[in-house]
Write a protein that binds this ligand. Structure first.
Ligand SMILES: NC(=O)C1=CN([C@@H]2O[C@H](COP(=O)(O)OP(=O)(O)OC[C@H]3O[C@@H](n4cnc5c(N)ncnc54)[C@H](O)[C@@H]3O)[C@@H](O)[C@H]2O)[C@@H](O)CC1
Ligand SMILES: [K+]
Length: 489
């Protein structure tokens, strides 16, 4: 996993990399620019569209000059818009790249930008070096960029956005943000989604181990990290090794949730899935998921199950006693979602009975109901950290870039997923997947890394086919393909 460090420490990260590898800071800037242009070329932008690059006087602007040169070489019609006056002192690497601009590139003042013309704007005005309140000219430049109707692509971070804090002033509204080395924390906050747009991470050759020098509890979970967290099974493995799980879900009119959880658990590799559900609804699940067994009363001995997932479609009325009995009878980590979370928020004493190491999966509203109202993501992350540490529980804050908050204090932001997953039943699928991995003997942390990443990837695969027509069942159908893509047998 990639550590997320504060923006002000980027200079230290770079300095250390330069010292240990012997490369120059200019080469690092060139790698950033190359990485940006590689992504750009992959997008297949129209070559006839003029590219207007707003460049500041710092290294963010330096990236912009280097990008301008590389895009010019690729055959794009590039203009550079200087966001500094004649008296400004450019950073040394920015100055080198400014001087390297080919003759064919038109260099203008930012206020000469004609927003009515077509094209693409690249925002290389301010990066992680932003400090304090925006100066008035900076606000005017940001306004100018935002007055443009076409595509805006921010380099490293949308100009004006503080790297680790909440946005309080003006900021470029980007369609894409191409960030370097690691995602800056603020790019992962839901309240900044409208300014960040789609987030792309470009590797500039800094090894994960180079982050060991920095203290941080925030991490980013990438595709390449996930195989490491999976258990390996061998040819003598039998269905018992793949776990026996109990899914406590469904009620009259809400059996779909139970079906989705059970199917997702099976598709994620569970050996045996039992559904605890009302007897009156048994035909629905037995027809929809013939592989699942049914149970209509809570068994006295729950120790025969390796993991339990509870909540989807369960209903709330009169169910707190059931939850309490399960907490008393089962001592291993379980997955707690949906209606079970609502029951907990209405019966806060029950929270202390939850088996240690369990996984709670609230979306933002459920989070607020359970832990109290939070006004922003930063406050939410802090609250979640306290909750997890003090109760020895794990919590997933669901949303874009869902955050895996672990009892050991780490907070891991997921990178997979798509807005097409915002559809009824998507959470029920996740509950089944997480329960499945727990049942297969994964630690709670590893079950979360794998479950959350595969769930997001399943959404991406399904979303590619069905776009906004994606439904939760499509995610289940895509689970096997997630294993293929990650090389997990
Ligand atoms: N390891 C990495 O992540 C790398 C980062 N690079 C780039 O370097 C950037 C950081 O460069 P710098 O540290 O030079 O900083 P920036 O270029 O982000 O910002 C410095 C500039 O912002 C202006 N500024 C600061 N606060 C302001 C305010 N409140 N109002 C108006 N103007 C303000 C300063 O006068 C200066 O011109 C990154 O964002 C990234 O784009 C790359 O060049 C290479 C590697
Ligand atoms: K920028």
């Amino acid at each position: 996993m990639l550590k997320i460090i504060p923006g002000w420490q980027v200079k230290l990260l770079d300095a250390n990399h330069i010292q240990t590898t012997g490369i120059s800071s200019l080469e690092l800037m060139e790698r950033a620019a190359k990485g940006f242009v590689d992504w750009w070329n992959g997008k297949g932008f129209d070559h006839s569209a003029p590219v207007n690059i707003f460049c500041g006087a710092g290294n963010n602007g330096g990236d912009g000059f280097a990008i301008a040169r590389l895009l010019d070489t690729s055959g794009f019609k590039v203009s550079v818009l200087k966001c500094f006056d004649e008296s400004a002192k450019l950073s040394s690497d920015a100055l080198v790249n400014f001087k390297l601009l080919p003759d064919g590139i038109r260099v203008m003042d930012w206020n000469e930008f004609d927003k009515s013309k077509d094209g693409i704007v690249v925002d290389a005005f301010l990066g992680v070096g932003l400090t304090g309140e925006l100066r008035s000219t900076a606000k005017a430049i940001i306004q100018k960029i935002n007055s443009f109707d076409g595509k805006v692509i921010s380099v490293d971070i949308p100009s004006g956005l503080p790297s680790d804090d909440l946005l309080s002033g003006a900021c470029v509204r980007a369609d894409f943000t191409v960030t370097f080395a690691f995602p800056k924390l603020s790019l992962l906050f839901p309240e900044h989604a409208a300014v960040t747009g789609e987030l792309i991470l470009v590797d500039i050759g800094i090894a994960d181990t180079e982050y060991d020098l920095f203290d941080s509890t925030s991490y980013y979970l990438r595709k390449e990290d996930v195989p490491f967290f999976h258990r390996k099974f061998h040819r003598f493995s039998h269905k018992g090794d793949f776990g026996k799980v109990l899914i406590v879900a469904g009620s009259e009119g809400k059996m779909g949730a139970a079906i989705l959880s059970c199917k997702a658990a099976l598709r994620s590799g569970s050996g045996l899935v039992t559904a605890l559900m009302p007897k009156s609804e048994r035909q629905i699940i037995q027809i929809a998921v013939p592989e699942a067994m049914c149970q209509f009363e809570l068994p006295t001995d729950l120790s025969r199950f390796d993991a339990i997932g509870i909540g989807p479609g369960l209903g709330v009325m009169g169910k707190s006693a059931l939850l309490e009995s399960i907490f008393h009878r089962f001592k291993n980590p379980m997955v707690i979602d949906a209606d079970a979370l609502t029951i907990l928020s209405e019966n806060p004493d029950l929270v202390h009975l939850i088996p240690k190491g369990s996984i709670l999966t609230p979306h933002l509203k459920e989070f607020d109901r359970l832990l109290g109202d939070t006004s922003n993501h930063l406050a939410r992350l802090e609250k979640a950290a306290d909750f997890c540490r003090s109760l020895e529980l794990n919590l997933l804050i669901k949303g874009a870039n869902s955050v895996i908050c672990l009892a050991d204090g780490r907070q891991v932001f997921n990178s997979s997923g798509t807005p097409y997953m915002a559809t009824g039943g998507s959470g029920d699928v996740l509950t089944g997947m997480l329960t499945s991995f727990l049942g297969q003997g994964y630690s709670s942390a590893n079950a979360m890394f794998c479950g959350v990443y595969h769930h997001g990837l399943a959404g991406e695969i399904a979303g590619e086919h069905y776009l906004r027509g994606t439904i939760a069942s499509d995610l289940i159908d895509a689970i096997p393909e997630t294993f293929v893509q990650l090389g997990i047998s």
